[in-house]
Design a protein around this ligand. Structure first.
Ligand code: ADP
Ligand code: ADP
Length: 239
């Protein structure tokens, strides 16, 4: 089965707004897919459904062929840990260090949060340190998150996701708050790491040129409907 599949996913908000109309897509292991569309097209809603953060009103999301939405407790935490999510707002703990922020990726899915970081298992700490280093922030481990630049801060958020040792990385407009040069660097980092780790990645991106540069496949949403789904090599530059 595909690593990730949306099967006729519809999503209606409580106020009646239908953000997704029967969206179906498949993402295979190791693929890097960019989702394009104007603001309001439904990209964030789709990502939240793919991540298991929202349950579709209709249709199903399958990971490795299984619907995991009914899982509870430990099985649910374990399933969530396999999916790393990066948001537009980095959602860091501002007053905590870079290392502590990355450790959250290790600890968030454990049954009991250690009350002091001193009690963190050595293996968890090593994995968190390694994921920070992979984002080029080895020198910043002990700095507070709020002392970093925008690009560095988003890299901490990516390190936190990688520390989960996910098999899938979902990023919702990860660089919308960064200037274009920084944005390119951060997206390049995400894609480079995804390729090295053989992660499946779905990125909501605003910038079509950037999407075409990094993704294997482009998916377009318009007003909650899937309007195209094609390999990057088929996309002409006049699009
Ligand atoms: P916003 O309203 O969020 O500013 P834009 O109109 O600037 O959105 O579009 C964002 C990007 O997404 C643009 O680069 C545009 O080319 C692309 N885009 C918008 N709608 C579609 C679509 N239906 N299919 C493909 N790409 C789209
Ligand atoms: P995008 O990420 O492409 O900008 P969204 O998924 O955020 O699109 O939004 C899709 C549609 O759902 C939009 O019409 C938006 O206004 C609506 N929407 C988003 N969040 C909510 C919400 N919490 N309640 C009601 N409508 C919402």
């Amino acid at each position: 089965p595909p690593r990730l599949e949306a099967d006729a996913v519809s999503y209606r908000y409580p106020d009646g707004t239908t953000a997704l109309h029967s969206v179906s897509l498949q993402v295979h292991a190791g693929e890097i897919v960019a989702v394009l569309g104007r603001s309001g097209a439904g990209k964030s809603t789709l990502m939240r459904c793919l991540a298991g953060l929202e349950i579709p009103t209709d249709g199903r999301v399958l990971r490795d062929g299984e619907d995991r939405s009914a899982l509870r407790g430990r099985a649910r935490r374990r399933a969530h840990a396999r999916v790393g999510v990066v948001f537009q707002e980095f959602q860091l703990v501002e007053r905590a260090t870079v290392l502590s922020n990355a450790l959250i990726g290790r600890l968030a899915y454990q049954p009991v949060l250690p009350s002091l970081l001193h009690f963190v298992r050595r293996s968890d700490r090593e994995i968190a340190v390694e994921s920070v280093r992979r984002l080029g922030l080895g020198e910043q481990l002990r700095k507070r998150a709020d002392a970093l630049s925008g690009g560095q801060r988003q890299r901490v958020a990516i390190a936190r996701a990688l520390a989960q040792q996910p098999d899938m990385l979902l990023a919702d407009e990860p660089v919308a708050n960064l200037d274009p040069v920084l944005a390119r660097g951060v997206v390049d980092d995400i894609v480079r790491l995804a390729r090295v780790e053989q992660l499946t990645a779905v990125l909501n991106l605003h910038d079509v040129d950037l999407a075409r540069h990094v993704a294997d496949r482009l998916i377009g949403l318009r007003a909650g409907r899937l309007v195209f789904d094609r390999p990057v090599c088929d996309v002409s530059s006049s699009d």
